[in-house]
Design a protein around this ligand. Structure first.
Ligand code: AHG
Ligand code: MN
Ligand code: MN
Length: 339
């Protein structure tokens, strides 16, 4: 039944109307991100054919050079966003430094931080991957944005979201008034509203999600926490362990089913593996907007003042009760972990 279909574009416009002072700039940014998402979807949906189309860095059957999807996705987002006059600077997981807006284009009042392709190790196995984005309002003056504009704490985000390229392609985002999800209908090229107001189920499914392959390098508190979920101590137990290895997929499941996702610090990576600015902070905004909690084991992710563009952070996010429990098990532990 196609009646009452709400497209992402219509939803953005209606949301803008609820903000009397809105200039449409943020709507414009979100709209252009949607275009990038559709273009990445198109390439990703062919990725499963990568053997036929050729491996990245080599030529495909058409004699075209096949690009790494990470780099391709980065370029698609950059080219979709560099000329709309709404951004003063960008930063990407795929680029070491700041990405300035080319001189021939006007700049605007917003900052875009993004992980163009998350979970890239899963591409060849046709497992869900994603794009993550975080939007801040600039704090500097002048034409070009600065590092200071990028290094803002998560609670200052004006919008955050992700696209998951899975069995279907979904776009989930928030501008601070709850979380909405849209599913791409490729036959009409539109993202259609499929999840109007996502809230973490309370209580959620008893699912814990982490890479247990790192167990030996975890702190004792982290080991005991997972021991509780596994029922090693005879007290907890009754949980399922689920781990995709694509943050966007593990988060999307946590958002819809509940439980907790963890990427702890370990003795090899004392700050964990995931990036604060364009992985943890945007997903933390969505998690909080959906009634959950996101911490580094101790502090709320959204309160952390970034010091570097690509800095990492341990990450615990999902139902509040489990994130709080993690805090209890990790209390008193130094940032470093068991040797
Ligand atoms: P990216 O592909 O953007 O580098 O992100 C990969 C991340 C994240 O998607 C996932 O949660 C994590 O790597 C998985 O790491 P492990 O393979 O170490 O579990
Ligand atoms: Mn990533
Ligand atoms: Mn990535």
């Amino acid at each position: 039944m196609d009646r009452y279909v709400i497209t992402l574009g219509r939803f953005i416009i209606e949301s803008e109307r609820e903000h009397p002072g809105a200039t449409g700039a943020l709507s414009n940014i979100l709209y252009d991100l949607t275009l990038a998402a559709k273009m990445i979807h198109r390439e990703v949906s062919k990725a499963g054919l990568v053997d036929i189309l050729g491996m990245a860095g080599k030529e495909n059957v058409h004699g075209e050079e096949v690009r790494k999807l990470d780099e391709y996705a980065h370029d698609v987002v950059f080219n979709a966003m560099d000329h709309n006059g709404q951004l003063c600077v960008m930063a990407s997981e795929e680029e070491e430094g700041l990405i300035q807006i080319p001189g021939q284009f006007p700049t605007g009042d917003y900052v875009l931080l993004f992980d163009p392709l998350d979970g890239s190790s899963n591409i060849d196995a046709n497992i869900s991957i994603g794009t993550i984005f975080s939007i801040h309002r600039r704090i500097s003056e002048g034409r070009d944005g600065t590092l200071e504009d990028c290094l803002q704490a998560g609670f200052k985000q004006v919008a955050a979201g992700y696209v998951m390229y899975g069995s279907s392609t979904v776009l989930v985002y928030s501008t601070g008034q709850g979380v909405a999800g849209f599913t791409l209908d490729p036959s009409i090229g539109e993202f259609l509203l499929s999840h109007r107001d996502i809230k973490l189920p309370q209580p959620g499914k008893k699912i814990y999600s982490c890479n247990e392959g790192n167990y030996a390098r975890w702190s004792q508190g982290q080991k005991d926490l997972v021991g509780y979920f596994r029922g090693d101590d005879g007290n907890g137990g009754g949980f399922s362990h689920r781990y995709v290895g694509s943050l966007v997929a593990d988060f999307h499941r946590t958002l819809l089913y509940g439980g907790m996702f963890m990427y702890p610090a370990d003795s090899k990576s004392p700050k964990g593996k995931l990036r604060l600015l364009y992985e943890a902070a945007p997903l933390a905004m969505l998690c909080e907007q959906a009634g959950g909690r996101a911490t580094d084991g101790v502090r709320d992710i959204s309160s952390i003042e970034p010091e570097e563009l690509h800095e990492r952070t341990p990450l615990y996010m999902g139902n509040r009760e489990w994130v709080d429990l993690a805090g209890e098990y990790l209390a008193g532990e130094e940032a470093s972990v068991a040797g």
